[in-house]
Design a protein around this ligand. Sequence first.
Ligand code: PLP
Length: 471
Amino acid sequence: MDVSDNLKGLPAVDQVLDALEASKGETAQSRRVLTAAVRDVIAGLRKRIRAGDAVAKAETSAKAVARQASALAQRRRQGSLRPVINLTGVIIHTNLGRAPMSPSVMKAVERRMTSYSNLEYDLDQHKRGSRYDHVSEMLLQLVPGEAALVVNNNAAAVLLILTEFAAGGECVVSRGELIEIGGGFRIPDVMVQSGARLVEVGTTNKTRLQDYEQAVGPDTSMIFKAHHSNFRMVGFTEETSYAELAELAAGKGIIFTADIGSGLLAELDAEVAAGEPTPAQVIASGADLVCFSGDKLLGGPQAGVIVGKSDLVARLKKNPLLRALRVGKFTIASMEATLGRYLEGGFGDIPILSAVLADPKEVLRRCRRVAARVRRLQPHEGLTLRVVRTAAEVGGGTLPGRTIPSFGIEVELKGMSETSLEEMLRGNDPPVLGRLAGGRLVLDLRTMMPGQEVEIAGALARLKPGDGQNG
Ligand SMILES: *Cc1c(COP(=O)(O)O)cnc(C)c1O
């Protein structure tokens, strides 16, 4: 058969819609979605036939097209953002939504979201209020600054600070801190965007106080220190402390801003925190402004938090750019609920921190419970599960190079490569994402959320050698 015969073999749209029993009870809107899906599936087949791909006859029957179209329509109605089970062992996973929220936080958010709220209304004064007043009082209980402001994310915080205070002037940054964070946030590019002139000082591995002193001139408006985040320097390195830079800036009458990246608010013991600066420490060392993310070690929603001197924060609030970077009520509600967990002393309830702090013995028990559950489900006889030691990491550009002792389940299935196994688990509903390394697939249970044991065990018990179709 030639191409034109193959094209003629394709069903008509109406033919497929007739084959779709489900289309009968549909509303006009949902029928439009279905019709579009049918058209798209047929167009896809036509394109493949024209390109000379081998398209099996079974694929072009009205029934087969109907099946595909109805799956496509369902996907389009549900949207594409889905929950996944993160068993990569990377706790703050940039590709997997960074910090999950705790159910207790979401309950508090729901009550404020499903109702009107005093977002911009001052209930005491009976007049218009500011959305920025909500989170700041709570933040200042945790970080001893004079004023606070929350914006869309930490990149926005950096941009706003540089635009307000450094545009048209010089901003001094160590050559060791001209970083790029995942997704193309590069300190030098943000400088250009803000209108500040970047003045690089020191070398890649060593920047001393003296380097900063020499660089500060009449046009300097700011010293900016950025956390290394996603890389670590080892060997002969030297950097200038927050306190030294704060003192230098104060003496010269310029602003010292510290972008610390992560925003660790919990008082963790020294071994776990491993030198990660906290906003409180950085403010205490005299920084004028400190900024950090809401969804890294803080464990809250995507946001950028700025804490510092009240006159500086007041100027940021007047900058017109703030309107473009402002947070919505979802962010305010979830940030307040998250900070509330800290203030009540219950930060163990914050998923990111409970993953960091979980006792390795508890992770080992999870592995054993999941493996036992899989055995009870009578999995394929070729399936082997082995509980192994792993090294989890915090991720998200925090504590780079540091690992946390953990345990995982190494999965093997006779006749299947580890990459096909990975694909099969990724195809599960919900997708189960493990870590491939050294020719092995390992599911690290440190990053498992409470209540996921049943789903993980189910996904493993359904694995069987075959065509990669699972379920
Ligand atoms: C992560 C990070 C940012 C970007 O923060 P977002 O909240 O992702 O915008 C900026 N600076 C540092 C040092 C970071 O680690």
